[in-house]
Design a protein around this ligand. Structure first.
Ligand SMILES: O=C(O)CCC(=O)C(=O)O
Ligand SMILES: [Fe+2]
Ligand SMILES: [Zn+2]
Length: 698
């Protein structure tokens, strides 16, 4: 990268932003000239800075010679540039082969047909100020050449859970007949409601879908039911198992190029789980969005069937962006189904044609009872109470963990994983110190953050969350689903184990001990285990953890105290002693033997909800996870503390999940370990808000 060249080097004409170009030689004074020089320098500086940022953060290498391809900083979907506007800006300088706007990124790539055209765009646009049409904000474009239009570090995207696209479900002949069966001119007498919505034409069968309340009049079926012609197709879907119940409602949507349907989730109370949509006449890209902001664009080819069930039907929104072109995989045109971001090196624009969809649904007769209460209109106002009680017995403990650990991780897996990149140095050190060829199990491996740290080890991961294990699979790590209380690995077969941020999710002392016993069982004699749990002490040796320092106002503490919860006083949790103090072990063993010593009046046992970024006032608590809206993660502890952010409205809209934690006091983890005869505590330490031990199997 030539900093002096600033992008275009030899062979390229000098770079000017339009607003930088000299006005006219006659009127230019030396003062003007100086100004222009200063401006040029500024543009160059910023352009080079853009190069560095692209390299550092995205691994995108800018080059100093002119090519057909440019990367345009500040003109990305991530900073509010719309595709339409960018297309209009860029097409002035020539014909484009590809315009790639990676989701949520502040830059775009364009590939012109010729280097001359790319050069023209470069000269005209580098340093140019433009006004974003959507919000009126002014931004300055900084442009660099790249070898080719691609993203090396694009993460492969998987389909939203519960979603399928089945290709060629009908023949072109069936497609033609189904399309012909819809009479758009429509005699108004047939009560099939035909509406010309702002963005598309629609027609309803079976029941009218009302766009005023996004529901159907369940006691007012339309005469005629579904068109006869759909029957063979529906029979096929039933036979092949794509649906379990025959639909009784059909919405036909027709989209001209430039039209779309806003992102939405089909109303839960209106329709059953399964929703299927047949694409006729042309392919189109449909956008799916998780409440955490994660989006997946999916190409729906002609004659394909989209099946939405479960999470993809209830939790994700789907929509079609109104535009005339879609970005699709060039090599996939009209054929294979893929998520659009899967291979961004090969993207192209695909001109839309008229697409007609047949969306079949079954009208729901009783309230929806899905597992997504935060987005369920049937379950509004009757959401699960947030404050469960401290478990009184094994059964309650297991139920608490199921509801407030397992289910939550399943829900937040994608978002959770997107916040887990940086391995912790001391854990890395432990893994690197193991001899090559060691067999290592990561119990509670999450998204597999530690599975690839040391390539000389044979590492296998397991986690209670299937969605997290699937993410490990996508990264080609070995991982399987299981509970840390019962790991299907032969005794004594591991040289080492790690358990990072797992044991604090078990809700009784007995269960926590059992997980460590299980971990020890896996080890061969002399094998070692590293355990991390979240610490009660977020302030240790006069050092506050980062998030405490940032937001330690009394207001938040008050809020926490005002939740109506009586928190268990610390003294009830056992003494906070040094690791050497055997009193802890005694207390612990007493707890283990005597269940009733934990029994207190029920009112005392409700679990407090922790206020993020404050110190802990209880060892057993619920920690909120905000799925959406300005949530930003800080790696201040083994597990996440998120700052509730965004507007009041966005917070109300964003689902908040609560995870159960037992935060460990100083000495507690060590004491639990010492109560086991089969291991020796090799090392015990505090690391960034966590208590940690290294055990050795005797
Ligand atoms: O056009 C489609 O495939 C989807 C239509 C849709 O989502 C709806 O009508 O609710
Ligand atoms: Fe829909
Ligand atoms: Zn629901």
């Amino acid at each position: 990268m030539t900093a002096g060249g600033g992008g275009a080097g030899a062979g390229c004409p000098p770079r000017h932003g339009r607003f930088l170009q000299n006005t006219s030689m006659e009127t230019e004074t030396s003062e003007d000239h100086l100004k222009v020089q200063k401006m040029k320098k500024k543009v160059l500086r910023k352009q080079v800075r853009a190069q560095h940022t692209l390299m550092r953060h995205e691994g995108i290498k800018c080059i100093s010679h002119a090519t057909q391809s440019l990367v345009i900083a500040n003109a990305g979907l991530g900073n509010g540039m719309s595709r339409q506007q960018l297309l209009r800006i860029l097409e002035e300088y020539g014909a484009m082969e590809t315009l790639l706007m990676p989701p949520n990124k502040p830059y775009s790539f364009v590939k012109y047909r010729t280097t001359e055209e790319a050069n023209k765009a470069f000269n005209a646009l580098n340093g140019k100020e433009v006004t974003l049409e959507d919000c009126g904000q002014k931004i300055v474009l900084y442009i660099n050449f790249v070898e080719k239009v691609s993203l090396q570090n694009a993460v492969p995207t998987s389909l939203p859970p519960g979603l399928m696209v089945i290709e060629k479900i009908i023949s072109p002949e069936e497609e033609r007949r189904m399309l012909e069966s819809i009479d758009w001119k429509g005699d108004e007498d047939t009560q099939n409601a035909q509406k010309t919505l702002k963005h598309r034409r629609v027609k309803h069968f079976g029941y009218e879908f009302r766009y005023d309340n996004n529901n159907v009049d369940k006691d007012k079926p339309l005469p005629g039911g579904l068109p006869e012609i759909c029957n063979p197709f529906l029979e096929k879907c039933l036979k092949q198992g794509y649906i379990k119940h025959k639909p009784d409602q059909l919405t036909v949507n027709q989209y001209e190029p430039g039209q779309g349907i806003p992102p939405h989730t089909d109303t839960h109370s209106a329709f059953e789980d399964e929703i299927i949509s047949l694409s006729l006449g042309a392919e189109i890209v449909m956008d799916f969005k998780h409440p955490d902001g994660h989006t997946v664009a999916i190409l729906l080819p002609r004659c394909s069937l989209l099946v939405m069930t479960g999470e993809s039907r209830y939790l994700w929104t789907h929509g079609i962006t109104p535009r005339k072109y879609d970005v699709i995989q060039a090599s996939e045109l009209g054929h294979k189904v893929r998520t659009i971001t899967a291979d961004v090196g090969d993207l192209t624009l695909n001109r839309r044609e008229t697409r007609t969809s047949f969306t079949f649904r079954k009208v729901r007769r009783s309230p929806c009872n899905c597992i997504y209460p935060s987005v369920c209109d049937s379950q509004k106002g009757q959401q699960r109470p947030v404050q469960p009680s401290f478990p009184q017995n094994e059964m309650e403990a297991s139920k608490l963990e199921q509801e407030y650990v397992h289910k939550v991780y399943e829900e937040i897996a994608t978002h959770f994983s997107s916040t887990r990149h940086s391995p912790w140095p001391q854990i890395v050190e432990f893994l690197r110190s193991l001899p090559a060829g060691s067999i290592v199990a990561d119990i509670g491996c999450g998204n597999g953050k530690y599975l690839g740290i040391n390539k000389d080890l044979y590492m296998v991961g397991c986690d209670r969350s299937k969605n997290l294990v699937d993410i490990c699979g996508e990264k080609h790590f070995q991982a399987f689903v299981c509970d840390a209380l019962s790991v299907p690995i032969r005794s004594g077969s591991c040289d080492a184990c790690i358990s990072i941020a797992v044991i604090h999710h078990f809700s009784t002392a007995e269960r926590r001990l059992a997980t460590i016993r299980e971990l020890a069982r896996l080890l061969r004699p002399g094998g070692t285990a590293l355990i991390y749990v979240w610490a009660m002490e977020q302030e240790y040796k006069n050092q506050k953890s980062k998030y405490l320092k940032e937001k330690n106002d009394s207001k938040n503490k008050d809020k926490e105290m005002n939740t109506g919860t009586t928190q268990r006083p610390l003294s009830d949790q056992g003494p906070v002693n040094s690791s050497q103090d055997s009193a802890w072990s005694d207390q612990l063993l007493k707890d283990l033997k005597d269940e009733s010593c934990g029994a207190k009046p029920v009112a005392d046992l409700r679990l407090p909800v922790h206020t993020n970024r404050t110190s802990f006032h209880s060892q057993d608590l619920l920690v909120p996870w905000h799925l959406k809206g300005g949530t930003k993660k800080k790696e201040g502890s083994v597990d996440t503390v998120l700052v509730p952010g965004g507007s009041k409205e966005s917070q109300e809209l964003s689902p908040v999940f609560h995870r159960y934690y037992h935060v460990f006091c100083e000495g507690e983890l060590e004491a639990v370990c010492r109560s086991l005869d089969c291991v020796r505590v090799q090392k015990s330490y505090y690391d960034q808000g966590n208590w940690c031990v290294i055990l050795e199997k005797l």
